[in-house]
Design a protein around this ligand. Structure first.
Ligand code: G1P
Length: 304
């Protein structure tokens, strides 16, 4: 079993489940994967892959489903477009177009049957092998300046086992998330997780600490997922597998949680998607100055 000074194998692989139907964003997602919806001028999924790469994870496995061709195309070369931009002498756009194909070493596997997040993660077993790995959910956008993923990797290297990201939410919102029972550890903002429940009713929630979409998982989780029975919504739930690791650490625990207090958006939710877009646009060097000026006058005139 792991000890507080454990230094496990280096974590190099990120798994990104991207097989969801995006029903919260219909009709936009009828023929376009939700991961491809732009936040300012980049698809949401690109920010997530950039976050993984910034944390040192340049081997990325995307778990895709039907209708995901555009994802693969986005992270591939587009010679025709590159040639047009080159002929025009548009070096800046050429760089942008190239950047997404050079970002990471991206692999794909298809989740034939969408049987839930736990099942999606199980589809990564062959690619991941026997090392701890990260899972990043495409709907959650975490500001890279807040360094959540690197912190989680540090915690995993120190404590071993598995690490999840947590955020305090209003108790009325906990039914939208996995919720945990946790106790403080001797590490700042790190808790030891003793129980996890997927999307509980507020009255049954062990706390208002919600799981957000970043995980560092011990490969032992695969064995647990393989045997898992469908949970909430009839789906194989990652939260239930983590509950098994928390209850029996020899399976791939202990489970620690990093309590995050930074900027996070649920880009699968329309209102949060708009907030992310406005905030990122305001912060952009190229668009920001004009956009902020417009926003200020819009707010003053239309919503005094
Ligand atoms: C998933 C997880 C849930 C977690 C959430 C974070 O749910 O099952 O435990 O709190 O992501 O975004 P989903 O939002 O995919 O239904």
């Amino acid at each position: 079993m792991s000890t507080a000074s454990a230094r496990g194998p280096r974590i190099t692989k990120a798994v990104i489940p991207a097989a969801g139907l995006g029903t919260r964003f219909l009709p936009a997602t009828k023929a376009t994967p939700k991961e491809m919806l732009p936040v300012v001028d980049k698809p949401a999924i690109q920010y997530v892959i950039e976050e993984a790469v910034t944390a040192g994870l340049s081997d990325v496995l995307m778990i895709t489903g039907r209708n995901k061709r555009s994802l693969e195309d986005h992270f591939d070369r587009n010679y025709e477009l590159e040639e047009v931009l080159r002929r025009k002498g548009d070096a800046a756009r050429l760089d942008e177009v190239r950047a997404s194909s050079e970002l990471a070493d991206i692999h794909y596997v298809r989740q034939g049957d969408p049987k839930g997040l736990g099942h999606a993660v199980l589809c990564a077993q062959e690619h991941v092998g026997g090392q701890p790995f990260a899972v990043l959910l495409g709907d959650d956008m975490v500001d890279p300046r807040d360094r959540l993923l690197s912190r989680m990797i540090e915690v995993q290297q120190r404590h071993g086992g598995s690490v999840i990201a947590l955020m305090e939410v209003d108790p009325s919102q906990i039914h939208l998330y996995g919720s945990v029972a946790a106790a403080p550890s001797d590490d700042d903002h790190v808790v030891t997780v003793s129980g996890l429940v997927e999307k509980p009713e507020p009255a049954d929630a062990p706390s208002n600490l919600a799981i957000i979409g970043r995980y560092i998982l011990d490969p032992g989780i695969f064995e647990v997922l393989r045997k898992a029975e469908p949970g909430r919504g009839g789906e194989i739930q990652l939260t239930d597998a983590l509950q098994a690791l928390a209850a029996e650490p020899s399976l791939g625990g202990p489970v620690h949680g990093v309590v995050f207090r930074g900027r996070r958006y649920d880009t699968g939710d329309r209102a949060d998607y708009l907030r992310a877009t406005v905030r990122l646009a305001c912060e952009r060097e190229d668009l920001g100055p004009d956009f902020r000026a417009w926003l200020r006058s819009y707010v003053q005139q239309e919503m005094p």
